[in-house]
Design a protein around this ligand. Sequence first.
Ligand code: AQP
Length: 327
Amino acid sequence: MTRVFSGIKPTGPVQLGNLLGALRHWVADQGEADTVFCVVDLHALTVPQDPAELRSRTLELAQLLVAIGIDPDRSTLFVQSHVPEHAELSWILECTASFGELRRMTQFKDKSDGADFVSAGLFTYPALMAADILLYDTDRVPVGDDQRQHLELSRDLAIRFNHRYGDTFVVPEAAIPKVGARVMDLQQPTRKMSKSEDSPQGTILVLEPLDSVAKKIKRAVTDNDTEVRFDPEAKPGVSNLLSILGACTGEDPATVGETYTRYGDLKAACAEAVVETLRPIQDRFAELAADPEGTAALLAKGAAKAREVAVPTLARARHNLGLLAPH
Ligand code: AQP
């Protein structure tokens, strides 16, 4: 069976881009593939975090994944730092990657630009992401378009390692959705919507009050012309709304664009589609949030199941590299 792996960082409240670009595809993959999903808390450490907040966000994110439809009985759902093999393989892959290829990562350039403190971990983060993926003999990785370059690097590292040390890792493929792969900020539609950017009016949170969601969409930046048309270059704001609406209803954004003639109608339809997508998730989350012990228990089971695959993969890598096995 095809193995699918993906992860999400507990760096802030989950936003609509995470949902449409990645999480709902995770849900759809269940049953079709052997699915492994992870709250990647070690990745959150690349920028300073408040310890108490990180802990509670990690648990909440796991609850949100279940609320969205990740079924812990059908998928392996766990927290990255509960499986120590991720950190060890990451070091091995840091030593497989070159400084030059890590320096070319555009996400590093974006996130380090103007930052007061740039951690070494922010720079080597793609090696940890490669470790996450390669540990599980992953065939396919459903991600948003922003992760395309990191996925390419994971493939390169797997191929390089296999070439140097013999067949060790499965070379993964990226699965990037056709619609919703890059949800843009509602106020700055040339910038991607992001959970850790400070853009409250431009970001829709999956758990935010639904009236506030509708208001933000109705106030989204469009442009001075009045034509509804899907053209991300010339009309980024309108095209973003069409993509969001299309992703929620399963339609092609260009075709959706032909249905509307006025911005007001498009915004109203988009707001309704997003609200109806979020409503059941919010209801289910409220139930799960009342049972933190239950979530902790299912994460412990998930980590044990994940290690059944991670431990032998790491042992294979250690052996092929020439690390002496402990007695
Ligand atoms: N705007 C987006 N449109 C489509 N997909 C997106 N993803 C993120 N933003 C968008 C996808 O969500 C998944 C989980 O993301 P992540 O938490 O691992 O990190 P990220 O890509 O860096 O997401 P954020 O929200 O921008 O987080 P911060 O602000 O902490 O960096 C990934 O599959 C991603 O592609």
